[in-house]
Design a protein around this ligand. Structure first.
Ligand code: AHM
Ligand code: MG
Length: 280
């Protein structure tokens, strides 16, 4: 798998340059969820696909920006689902964005995810690799250097509540209000990579993207966004649930399926499970 991690590092250096110099305008195309793709989405997707195409251990890839699975090497062992530039609409206002990768075996579903990687493009470029543990690296002088292991506290201090608030169920609104009333601080940029990275590094808290009246199954995609971070949060000692169960038990029927999701330290995740089991 080290070859795959090296390929992701190579892509990160190219995408950093693309973010710094590229055109932040819209393209003429839509992705499979109907979002208009930015030129940056398409270009970062091409960068990653070209680099992965050279890695013999990769059997197939699927990108948030493409409709279908792309077969690469028939003898390859790994399947990779990736979001090349999550939060790309934040580049024009110079907020942080990221790339997310889920590494699967056999089939694209939660049961088969074996590793994940995300890259945060902020004032610094950092990469977090999850296998049996969670390790953070930083780009320094053209190379990724190991910085630290990541572990969540049992209870955190941050609250990152996503989605359209006037579409929340009343019990969800109550849950979020109660969390704020208990002293948690609001931290939500609209980029899940930096938002989840912040919670991981600042000891914990809750990030939520619930099902809402306008999007009953949430917005975030299972294979490219939710499962990779679920693995990271679980291995860091926290949890990731859809309100009722671990997201790593959510079935996938289509590669672009979404799911409601909550990521956090143990105490916040237990709080979500209690409220949802009583009301959902
Ligand atoms: P994208 O993949 O189209 O960039 O959308 C995903 C992003 C996440 O990074 C972020 O958590 C979420 O959309 C924010 O959505 P909202 O503004 O509805 O809270
Ligand atoms: Mg995305």
């Amino acid at each position: 798998m080290n070859e795959i991690f090296d390929a992701i590092k190579e892509s990160a250096i190219k995408i950093k340059y693309l973010i710094e110099t590229g055109d932040t305008g819209k393209s003429e195309q839509e992705n499979s969820t109907g979002d208009t793709q930015l030129k940056l989405d398409i270009q970062s997707d091409i960068i990653i696909e070209e680099i992965f195409a050279k890695v013999k251990s990769i059997k197939a890839i699927v990108s948030e920006e493409q409709e279908n699975i792309v077969n690469l090497h028939a003898d390859g062992e790994y399947l990779i689902a990736y979001d090349p530039l999550d939060g790309s609409s934040l580049v024009d206002v110079n907020l942080s964005v990221g790339s997310i990768f889920g590494i699967y075996k056999n089939e694209f579903n939660a049961q088969n995810i074996i590793a994940s990687v995300y890259v945060v493009f902020g004032p610094r470029v950092e990469m977090v690799i999850t296998t049996d543990d969670v390790k953070m690296y930083r780009l320094l002088n053209g190379e990724f250097k190991f910085i630290q292991d990541i572990k969540l506290n049992e209870k955190g201090k941050l609250n990152a509540p996503g989605s359209t608030q006037n579409c929340w169920a009343p019990f969800h609104k109550q849950l979020i209000d109660d969390i704020f009333n208990d002293g948690y601080r609001l931290r939500y940029s609209g980029g899940m990579v930096p938002d989840l990275h912040q919670i991981l590094l600042k000891g914990g808290g809750l990030f939520s993207y619930p099902g809402t009246s306008d999007r009953p199954k949430g917005k975030l995609r299972q294979l490219f966004e939710v499962f990779p971070f679920a693995l990271t949060y679980e291995k860091a000692g926290g949890g990731a649930v859809d309100g009722f169960k671990r997201v790593l038990e959510v079935p996938t029927t289509h590669i672009h399926d979404t799911t409601p999701c909550f990521f956090g330290s143990k105490e916040e995740i237990n709080r979500v499970l209690k409220v949802y089991s009583e009301n959902g």
